[in-house]
Write a protein that binds this ligand. Structure first.
Ligand code: ATP
Ligand code: MG
Length: 382
């Protein structure tokens, strides 16, 4: 079995039940979606979550699922001993192979169990010493700690506690629509948004034939990778070629990227409102590229009228973003070299500090609303 522990959920006071049920459902759905782990049972127990009854061969898959579920801070793979009699526990401990320094720590949820925790820890320590030549006791800095938890119906025995992703259960903070490019940043932004409890769907702007079917495959793969953490997520793909061609032919070159970004945000807001999103997420990062100066960001910020734009990466260093991308497994996919719509028609000298009034004047040369309506009508949902 696996024991998962919570972090911040403990702070949630009267809402705690809501957070815990969301966490249980998220983990259940994730385990059910994979035939290997589908049999696993997920239970809430007071201060933690228990996963049981999966085939031994599925242990790593179950462990990965628990580890990547937001809301869980640590986990232990444990053996359950049933019934929790002194004899059963001693027999199990006698068969353990332990070398080097160790300590035994006993915890009784069932205070009727005798002997008491300290005494029983000493007894179990003695049993380990008797059965393992290389073992020595070290109470302060042991290499191995043998944890024994005694409850009314059964006892749990385990060794280590491993770190899990932490965060808050997906869905407890509302819904987001995340602008997903094929780059390094936006999958990380989506991941971080989900980590704080947002349920995330993705929107991508594709410009065929300038962008290839392979580029779209890459975006779908990125969605799948982030979905391991944020749960099943939709991907909306919006045709963007016509908008880019219109901007290119009618507006000053230097505003190409700024105007594109405004269209993206406006479309994301419209689609977001339809799917009842509470906010828009982007992977923008201050001063990373010419279009991400604070003036560049401001020029698209005011374009969304009803939904706030959150930018989880705004103050990160590129190396910090890359470290997260590597950890969550999106980096290798992100660096595959396919052309993104942003690289089509890029001007040689983009406006680094675009003035909003000038941007709006350029935009007025286009039929903004009609172009947006047309793009949304061609949207595909995956
Ligand atoms: P990323 O690594 O996420 O592509 P970036 O550093 O390359 O980011 P830009 O290309 O300037 O930055 O894009 C800024 C943000 O705009 C992206 O993080 C993403 O949220 C959004 N974006 C850019 N291009 C697209 C696209 N084709 N479809 C959807 N969103 C996009
Ligand atoms: Mg990009």
């Amino acid at each position: 079995m696996i024991i998962g522990r919570f972090g911040e959920i403990h702070l949630k006071g009267s809402n705690r039940g809501l957070f815990l049920r969301a966490l249980r459902e998220n983990l259940r759905n994730k385990l059910k979606a994979d035939p290997k782990t589908a049999e696993a049972k997920v239970l809430l127990e007071d201060a933690r979550i228990l996963v049981r009854d999966y085939p031994a061969a599925a242990e790593n898959a179950v462990k990965d699922a628990v580890k990547s579920t937001f809301g869980i801070v640590s986990l232990s793979v444990a053996t359950e001993i049933k019934p929790a009699t002194r004899e059963n526990i001693e027999k199990y401990v006698a068969a353990l192979k332990i070398s080097g320094s160790f300590r035994a720590t006993v915890n009784r949820a069932d205070k009727n169990f005798s002997p008491n925790s300290n005494e029983f820890a000493k007894i179990l320590g003695g049993i380990v010493l008797d059965n393992n030549k290389g073992a020595t006791v070290n109470l302060t800095a042991p290499e191995t700690t043998l944890f024994v938890e005694i409850r009314a119906e059964s006892a749990f025995v385990y060794f280590e506690e491993e770190r899990a992703v932490g965060g808050l259960p997906v869905g407890t903070a509302g819904r987001a629509i995340c602008l997903l490019s094929g780059g390094i940043d936006s999958p990380v932004a989506g991941y971080l948004a989900a980590k704080r409890g947002l349920s995330v769907d993705f929107i991508h702007f594709a410009s065929p034939p300038y962008t290839s079917p392979e580029a779209l495959e890459k975006v779908k793969n990125l969605r799948d990778i982030v979905s391991r953490y944020c749960g099943r997520a939709r991907l909306f793909v919006v045709p963007f070629t016509k908008i880019q061609q219109e901007i290119h032919s009618k507006c000053a070159d230097e505003f190409m990227i700024t105007l594109m970004r405004r269209f993206m945000i406006k479309i994301a807001e419209k689609v977001g409102l339809e799917i009842k999103a509470d906010c828009i997420i982007t992977g923008e990062n201050l001063a990373q590229v010419a279009s991400q100066t604070i003036q560049g960001i401001a020029s698209n910020n005011f374009c969304a009228e009803k939904l706030p734009i959150l930018r989880p990466l705004i103050t990160f260093d590129k190396q910090e973003i890359i470290a997260i991308a590597k950890r969550i497994g999106s980096f290798e996919e992100s660096i595959k070299p396919f052309i993104d719509c942003c690289t089509v028609f890029v001007p040689t000298h983009p406006a680094i500090k675009p003035k909003l009034n000038k941007v709006i004047a350029e935009e007025a040369k286009l039929d903004f609303d009609a172009l947006i309506a047309e793009a949304i009508s061609g949207m595909q949902t995956y």
